[in-house]
Write a protein that binds this ligand. Structure first.
Ligand SMILES: NC(=O)c1ccc[n+]([C@@H]2O[C@H](COP(=O)([O-])OP(=O)(O)OC[C@H]3O[C@@H](n4cnc5c(N)ncnc54)[C@H](OP(=O)(O)O)[C@@H]3O)[C@@H](O)[C@H]2O)c1
Length: 285
């Protein structure tokens, strides 16, 4: 997609955007550091694009607890500066956020209008970013997604493939429930949304997008092992038995009705995305 500017080049989402939209311009950390929000705004003005997607973020959920200032600059101030620069130039801006804006209470899927209450610094800084983007006054879309995986970078699938080959038995959290989401499907959805926003300046807003069906991390692991032909025994454990610096929401179910209604984008079946990724990894793509 010529004229599209993307912040991020090496992350899971940026890599998939690059394969689907090779004509777009991708700015890595060396060309646009999100620690410098005004530099990001300048990069937009200099590139004079037709639309902007932010695929970069401080995604290290546990490290963010100790890196509050950096997480705030990268997840709040930088997207805010991007959104203001886009608003000033009349460009559609699409940003990606997270299920971690919620506290994870209850057992039902949350809609975009459900009350937010992040449990940690990562979720709080992402939520503040969402709000600043909405306040910037331009045409914007924020897509909240969850449990992102791909053939690239570090993610749960890659970790399970390694551990499943090394160990006979694994204990995995089974009381956090959410939708694993292939980065490739997020990239395809983001591009469809930005095209629709270019066609219709009234389009935009806050959207949920996650893979289906909802499962636990243990359920996700069992499917990875089944598809990869690995046979470790998986025992489910509660989150309380796997302490981490940042608390995670137990209920990460996202109601994705709105993105279907407004953009015609359905929830993807993550098991199909997983099969494609395993094939990519096998053939070294
Ligand atoms: N991963 C998940 O499970 C998950 C879940 C829900 C929502 N999300 C959201 O989905 C979006 C995409 O996530 P992802 O999984 O693709 O993340 P990722 O693989 O961790 O990639 C993050 C990207 O951000 C870049 N970045 C970090 N700090 C930067 C800085 N100071 N300046 C410039 N670039 C910087 C990284 O660049 P380097 O490679 O140079 O570090 C990397 O390319 C993010 O908005 C994330 O919050 C992710």
């Amino acid at each position: 997609m010529r004229g599209l500017l993307v912040f991020g080049r090496t992350g899971q989402l940026a890599t998939e955007l690059m394969s689907l939209a090779p004509d777009a311009t991708f700015l890595g950390r060396d060309m646009a550091d999100l620690n410098d929000p005004e530099g990001c705004a300048r990069a937009i003005r200099d590139a004079a694009p037709c639309a902007v997607i932010n695929a970069a973020a401080h995604t290290a959920v546990d490290r963010a607890e100790a890196e509050r200032d950096a997480a705030h600059r990268i997840n709040t101030e930088a997207p805010a500066a991007m959104a203001r620069a886009c608003a000033a130039s009349g460009l559609p801006f699409l940003h990606v956020s997270t299920d971690y804006v919620f506290d994870g209470s209850g057992r039902t899927p949350r809609s975009e209008d459900a009350p937010t209450a992040p449990l940690g610094v990562y979720g709080a800084t992402k939520l503040a970013g969402e709000r600043a983007i909405a306040d910037a006054g331009g045409q914007w879309a924020v897509m909240r997604t969850s449990w992102v995986f791909s053939a690239h970078g570090t993610n749960f699938v890659k970790t399970m493939l390694r551990l499943g080959a090394e160990r006979d038995r694994l204990t995995i959290v089974d009381d956090q429930i959410g939708g694993p989401t292939p980065a490739r499907d997020i990239a395809a959805a983001a591009l469809a949304m930005i095209r629709a926003m270019l066609d219709d300046p009234a389009k935009g807003g806050l959207y949920h997008f996650a893979g289906a069906p909802d499962t636990s991390w243990a359920g996700f692991a069992r499917e990875i092992f089944a598809q990869a032909g690995l046979t470790p025994e998986v025992s489910g454990i509660p989150t309380a038995e796997y302490p981490t610096p940042a608390r995670r929401p137990l209920n990460s179910r996202l109601d994705c009705t709105r993105i279907g209604t407004d953009f015609g984008i359905p929830r993807p079946d993550w098991r199909k995305g997983l099969a494609e990724i395993l094939k990519d990894l096998e053939t070294g793509q």
